[in-house]
Design a protein. Structure first.
Length: 286
């Protein structure tokens, strides 16, 4: 059950959480050859920053499909869009072509991205990771960015991440190699995240209900959503040992820890009391 209502604009109206969308591109994902762990990792990261992932989608390495998704995102006006995968040197890596088409701009060789790529491959060669250091056209392909875009440092790999901005929406294109993606997000996006998410605080609280039937407390949870519209309420069946129980999770975002505590404490206290009054065993999760 959810207390969030999706909306147009950069933030959710109930929580003021910046809205985020994720576009994962890769034929290997859709044929089942590769499990898309990147989207899950980004969802966890965004939630922890106080954002709200409104939409995720998986696409083939198709320029028109990627472009259509970018145009759709710009119409929905999230604060941030991540694209994942398709930044490499081979012909099937076509994400930036799709982003450029969606933005209505051309791909152009970016001097700074080319310089960094040249340095990276010289370093990789010196370390014995690649057979030669020269910048080939395949390697230079990774420095061709949508016009107006900025390269973002990749601490590990040869392909930079890419930042495009349009009408209040930031589009960050990340490589699909999980280690590279995570390193970029953790080390190279602090400034962008500070601008989008600020110093927001996110927190969760969970209750364990000794119950197997979610429908028995559905009305109590629905009323909690009405009474506490800035709280996200989610119920999920769990198995603890040999016992089936219901986990009820309450989460909120605020400007700081005190603000979030002021939101969560009364909601958790009332739910605890109401579920107990309905005759079911309930306790805070450890």
């Amino acid at each position: 059950m959810s207390g969030f209502i999706p909306t147009h604009g950069g933030a959710d109206p109930h929580t003021a959480a910046p809205l985020v969308e994720i576009v994962s591109a890769g034929n290997e994902v859709l044929i089942g050859d590769v499990l898309d762990t990147n989207t899950n990792w980004l969802c966890v990261k965004v939630t922890g920053l106080g954002g709200l992932v409104r939409r995720t989608v998986m696409l083939r390495d198709d320029i028109a499909a990627i472009a259509a998704e970018i145009r759709g995102a710009l119409e929905r006006r999230p604060a941030l869009v991540f694209t994942v995968g398709g930044l490499g040197p081979t012909s099937d890596d076509r994400t930036l072509e799709g982003v450029a088409l969606g933005l209505g701009v051309e791909l152009r060789l970016h001097p700074e991205a080319e310089r960094r790529g040249t340095e990276k491959y010289a370093e990789f060669h010196a370390m014995g990771y690649v057979p030669f250091a020269e910048m080939t056209e395949s390697r230079r392909k990774m420095a061709r960015l949508p016009a107006g875009a900025a390269p973002i440092i990749n601490p590990i790999g040869g392909a930079p991440a890419v930042l495009c901005e349009r009408d209040g929406t930031a589009i960050v294109s990340l490589p699909g190699v999980p280690g590279e993606l995570e390193a970029i997000v953790e080390q190279s996006l602090d400034g962008l995240f500070a601008r989008i998410f600020g110093s927001a605080h996110y927190e969760e609280r969970s209750l364990v209900v000794e119950l197997q039937d979610e429908s028995a407390i559905a009305e109590v949870l629905r009323q909690a959503e009405v009474d506490f519209p800035r709280i996200y309420v989610k119920s999920r069946a769990k198995v603890l040992g040999s016992t089936r129980v219901i986990h009820v999770t309450l989460s909120a975002r605020g400007d700081d820890e005190a603000a979030v505590e002021a939101l969560l404490a009364p909601a958790a206290e009332r739910l605890l009391a109401q579920i107990a009054a309905a005759g079911f065993g309930v306790r805070p999760a450890e």
